[in-house]
Write a protein that binds this ligand. Structure first.
Ligand code: ATP
Ligand code: MG
Length: 558
């Protein structure tokens, strides 16, 4: 799968085709796109896809991308979300031209609404939302005209001004476009443009008690910013007709809307509302929990922006809704980390090895930081007569073709010597407590004159030099591919084993100076990064991803 993707030359996606044609026809000098998040949660992998698309287009073609907070709903929006969104976009590696807020256009939008009333294309409706719904009709039956539909322009102007002035309670009146209650597109049946809501707004404070609906704010904001290509997800296809109608009737800059399919990942949920539930109900430690599909979660988990961008680029954009295998995202993460990660040795579940014929106190060996990167240099690894190896790398009664350590058997210790196990020491319960071994002095890595060939190479640490660290191993957040498609609440399908904490791990001393921006490959274990919960006295590492796709193997087995 992966190789096929790598070899394939990427052809233009449908938006690139449209833009190239637009540029060739001279319709635009530059392409202006926007990324319009609603600041009601943290961004997730689906948003990353939209960010890469919008910013990617204006990187490729002349032009720029605005960051516009779609903050027209006063109730759910918070400044914390605004900051996190900016942080995440920067982390992904993109720079916006202007930081804008739909709420900055409230005055302008109000003027647009007045202009529509003056053209007799909008009216104040005193119906309740239930009455409006009842008059809406169905896809096969036309709706009914509101009894307030034929108010005079003057009366509408007066009532709308009073709405703005706070004369009416919430929900008592709306401003509606006057289009056609028999329209086959239900969204064109006199859609609501403004509602009354006496609510405090995170930017405009208490200045407004009427707020524009999405359809009225969005296209007009695009137009104000001269957005050429306004890209949104497929659920907005039926809204396009209204988008165009408003722009045409207001005779403002003609932005155009284009739709692409939402990106979903399996074994997780990509909806801010659902992710918020996971946070509020403490199923995860926060928006940046490394198991979350949020950008901040992926960042804390150790994913790199390069890998996330590559993933978004390679899955491309589609016109039909689909779910992408999370294994593909992990593939790109693994591929990038293999190129940049520093190799280190960490023993998770140690058993003691004593080298009985090692007379020196200790010596300093060296090993390359990253065989994939010739510029990464070497690191020192102290060797001594007391070591730890992984308990699972020893077997007292091994089967044939067991190449790890066993009584009488030899293995190589990575970047060090060949050792042979001679004696197994156990406690009263029969647990192995110590392996007494001898080493072959002539077998030092890089200077091996022993002539002995062994098949197994193990990772190890020197006991007295090693540091005890905590390792957090993550698995899929959900047990099923699509938790929202199952019976009952999606949270019933959370994977109870999505976090395993290992407290018994011992790391080679080079990790004492681990840094947040470095990535590590723990030999034979996977890719890891330092977690922000670390302190100088206690280092904590997150497993970013394993060395291989464990799930692919599982499904092949069954
Ligand atoms: P959610 O349902 O998670 O709240 P949203 O669409 O309400 O998502 P917005 O903040 O309104 O979130 O979205 C900002 C932009 O990101 C929009 O242009 C939206 O179309 C796009 N977007 C959101 N989710 C996805 C997704 N899963 N795949 C692709 N684009 C997405
Ligand atoms: Mg939304």
């Amino acid at each position: 799968m992966a190789e096929a993707i790598n070899k394939e030359e990427r052809s233009l996606n449908f938006l690139e085709e449209i833009i190239e044609e637009d540029l060739q026809a001279g319709r635009y000098q530059q392409i202006i796109t926007r990324f319009p998040p609603e600041p009601n949660g943290y961004l997730h992998i689906g948003h990353a896809s939209s960010i890469c698309l919008n910013f990617g287009l204006t990187k490729k073609y002349p032009g720029y991308t605005n960051l516009r907070f779609d903050d027209t709903n006063p109730v759910t929006e918070e400044t914390e979300y605004v900051e996190s969104i900016k942080d995440d976009i920067r982390w992904l590696g993109f720079t916006w031209k202007h930081e804008l807020y739909a709420s900055d256009y409230f005055d302008k939008l109000y003027e647009f609404a007045v202009a529509l009333i003056q053209k007799n294309l909008a009216y104040v409706d005193d119906s309740t939302s239930e009455e409006i719904a009842a008059m809406k009709g169905t896809p096969t039956e036309p709706g009914k005209d509101s009894p307030y539909r034929n108010r005079s322009v003057e009366e509408n102007l007066e009532l709308f001004a009073q709405m703005k002035a706070g004369a009416f309670p919430d929900g008592s009146r709306t401003l509606r476009a006057k289009i056609d209650m028999g329209h086959i597109n239900m969204l064109m049946r006199d859609p609501i443009l403004y509602r009354i809501k006496h609510a405090h707004h995170h930017r405009t404070g208490d200045k407004w008690c009427i707020y524009p609906m999405y359809d009225f704010a969005h296209g007009q904001s695009d137009s104000i910013e001269n957005i050429t290509h306004s890209i949104c997800t497929l659920e907005f296809v039926p809204h396009r007709e209204l988008y165009d109608w408003l722009i045409e009737k207001l005779a403002i800059y003609p932005s155009h809307q284009y739709e692409f399919a939402r990106r979903n990942l399996n074994y997780t949920v990509t909806s801010k509302r659902k992710l918020l539930q996971l946070v509020n109900e403490k199923h995860v430690v926060g928006w940046d929990d490394p198991r979350m599909p949020t950008i901040s979660g992926m960042r804390r988990r150790g994913y790199t922006p390069e890998a996330v961008r590559e993933f978004c680029d390679r899955i491309g954009i589609a016109k039909r809704e689909n779910t992408v295998d999370i294994g593909l995202l992990e593939f790109f993460v693994r591929e990038h980390l293999n190129r940049i990660a520093l190799r280190r040795m960490v023993v998770f579940d140690p058993v003691k090895v004593v080298i009985t014929n090692y007379s020196g106190d200790e010596e300093i060996l060296t090993s390359e930081n990253n065989p994939e990167d010739p510029n990464s240099g070497m690191r020192d690894i102290p060797f001594s007569n007391e070591l730890y190896i992984e308990r699972e790398d020893f077997m007292e009664n091994p089967p044939k073709k067991y190449f790890r350590l066993a009584p009488g058997q030899m293995v190589r210790l990575k970047s060090a010597y060949i050792i042979q196990c001679n004696e197994v020491i156990k406690d009263a319960e029969g647990n192995v407590t110590e392996l007494r071994c001898t080493y072959i002095p002539e077998s030092k890595s890089g200077h091996d004159t022993s002539g002995i060939h062994v098949k197994g190479t193990l990772h190890w640490v020197s006991m007295k030099h090693a540091i005890n660290v905590e390792v957090r191993e993550y698995d899929r957040l959900f047990k099923v591919e699509d938790p929202t498609d199952e019976e009952g609440d999606f949270k019933e399908y959370l994977n109870p084993d999505s976090l395993k904490v290992v407290t018994t791990a011992f790391a080679e001393p080079a990790l004492k100076t681990a840094k947040f921006d470095e990535r590590y490959q723990f030999l034979r274990k996977g890719y890891f990064c330092l977690d922000r919960d670390s302190s100088p006295s206690g280092l904590i590492f997150n497993r970013t991803v394993g060395l291989k796709d464990a799930w692919a193997k599982e499904s092949k087995k069954s």
